[in-house]
Design a protein around this ligand. Structure first.
Ligand SMILES: Nc1ncnc2c1ncn2[C@@H]1O[C@H](COP(=O)(O)OP(=O)(O)OP(=O)(O)O)[C@@H](O)[C@H]1O
Ligand SMILES: [Mg+2]
Length: 255
């Protein structure tokens, strides 16, 4: 589904900065993969390149058989709109629009009929528990509701690959768990391939596999297996080996 081969990224600027070095990563269709690493380790940089908003300096990225490096800007825009879904830490909703209008945004760009958009929005809103707030504007809803709205928007066109950067970063632990439960069930029911960048070990424990990066390089990866509690503990242990997490490793157990 997703192949990242020897990808490096150097940000040119007054001082060139090497953000990623020789990253190799393969993600199978239907997999739910977490990416963790200290602040500044290159997680968002990696996600942005998969999201086609930025290109690698060297190396290649192939999604669903398409080598992103060979697509024109126009083809990239269409690819991004049709095949990818995004969820961000700060929700990225448009404040002047209602929840419903925010959710159907990706479809309006593709010229879908209004009745069909409303039907799809209603179905997904019911699924995500936000059907009652469809007419509210996005500044009138809570953080958890805003993140569900953002997930609805990211999912409405049934993307093949969902990319999420700290989707639970601004939520309390209950809302964060609800969001992770949602992503988990979407992954299972629709076989959507997912990639989740997170600092939160509880959120990461929902993934099938967690890849750790440090200083822009692959560090290690661990697999869940069938015991989430021991996976959670392994994530915590790996984070402490990784360093840079001394003050924010939670010591909670999953209830
Ligand atoms: N546009 C840019 N120009 C120059 N340097 C950048 C740019 N974007 C990111 N960087 C640098 O690249 C490195 C990796 O940044 P990135 O945002 O990928 O980190 P991150 O792992 O997502 O961190 P965080 O956990 O804090 O979000 C950082 O040192 C950052 O300062
Ligand atoms: Mg980041």
């Amino acid at each position: 589904m997703l192949e990242i081969r020897q990808v490096s990224k150097i940000y040119e600027g007054n001082v060139a900065y090497r953000a990623l070095t020789d990253i190799d990563l393969t993600i199978e269709a239907g997999e739910f993969v977490g990416v963790m690493g200290p602040s500044g380790s290159g997680k968002t940089t990696l996600l942005n390149m998969i999201a086609t908003v930025d290109g690698p300096t060297t190396g290649k990225i192939v999604i669903d058989g398409k080598d992103l490096g060979t697509l024109s800007n126009n083809e990239l825009a269409v690819f991004r709109r049709r095949e990818l879904g995004f969820v961000f830490q700060d929700f990225n909703l448009l404040n002047t629009l209602t929840v419903e209008e925010n959710i159907v945004l990706p479809l309006t760009l593709d010229g879908t009929k209004v009745s069909e958009m409303k039907q799809k929005a209603q179905t997904i809103a019911e699924r995500l528990g936000i059907a009652a707030i469809m007419k509210k504007r996005s500044y009138e809803i809570s953080g958890g509701q805003a993140q569900r709205t953002a997930i609805a928007r990211a999912m409405i066109h049934s993307p093949k690959l969902l990319l999420a950067d700290e989707p639970t970063g601004n939520l309390d632990s209950k809302a964060a768990r609800d969001v992770m439960d949602l992503l988990d069930s979407i992954n299972r029911e629709q076989q959507t391939t997912m990639m989740l960048v997170t600092h939160d070990a509880v959120a990461a424990s929902y993934c099938h596999r967690v890849v750790f990066i440090k200083d822009g390089r692959f560090y290690t990866e661990i697999h869940r297996g069938d015991n989430r509690q021991s996976f959670f503990q392994k994530i915590i242990d790996t984070l402490s080996l990784l360093g840079g997490y001394s003050n924010d490793v939670p010591s909670v157990r999953i209830p």
